[in-house]
Design a protein around this ligand. Structure first.
Ligand SMILES: [Fe+2]
Length: 199
């Protein structure tokens, strides 16, 4: 059975409009899932279609190369968007067990907030607080596209810094968008991801 889009885990947000959510979740995210399902169908066809086309695989230009690129990009985009929406819908009050770990790593919650905000402002794609098992640390990573990423990282807080996430409501005022993101942050969800990442 084809992968199905996950519903929004909330009905509305403060500061981020229903129109933005309808476009972001209802159109863009939903479209990514549909396109990834279409790519999976085409890859299935290559796998079971007699194998002839696989003989032409190469790293310059081939059907398999194009499909693998699309599969990677869409898979990353879907996973990151699901984490982004999952992080929202809360009251922004950080009374959860991850807080001491954030304070230990970043000094204070306020310093973490300023560092994460600055990281968001330096990204055109995504900013993430992650648990990186590579050296067992909380870290903030940024990307400019769905093509990039640190594969060892386990995302905990994911903020979408693509224009479609904020431009309708905030124009170029990215700082206000990030403040709205924190005001709607679901720290219970953040904490659950942290607990899962630490296992
Ligand atoms: Fe997005």
């Amino acid at each position: 059975m084809a992968y199905q889009p996950k519903p929004l885990p909330f009905s509305s947000l403060r500061g981020i409009s229903q129109k933005t959510l309808a476009l972001h979740h209802g159109k863009l995210y939903d479209g990514m899932v549909k396109r990834r399902n279409a790519v999976a169908e085409l890859l299935h066809g290559l796998l079971y279609g007699g194998g002839g086309k696989l003989l032409y695989a190469n790293d310059m230009a081939s059907e398999l190369k194009s499909l693998k690129s699309a599969e990677r990009r869409l898979s990353n985009a879907i996973a990151l968007h699901e984490l982004y929406f999952e992080a929202l819908g809360g009251d922004g009050i950080p009374e959860v067990s991850i807080v001491p770990a954030i304070v230990e790593k970043f000094g204070t919650l306020d310093r973490f907030s300023r560092y994460f905000t600055a990281s968001c402002l330096s990204a055109r794609g995504w900013a993430l607080l992650v648990w990186d098992p590579l050296d067992a640390r909380l870290r903030v990573y940024t990307t400019d596209s769905d093509e990039e990423g640190v594969w060892s990282a386990k995302p905990i807080i994911v903020c979408d810094m693509a224009e479609h996430a904020y431009f309708l409501d905030f124009g170029t005022d990215k700082a206000s968008y990030i403040r709205a993101f924190f005001a709607n942050l679901n720290w219970s969800s953040v904490d659950r991801l942290y607990q899962v990442a630490r296992k």
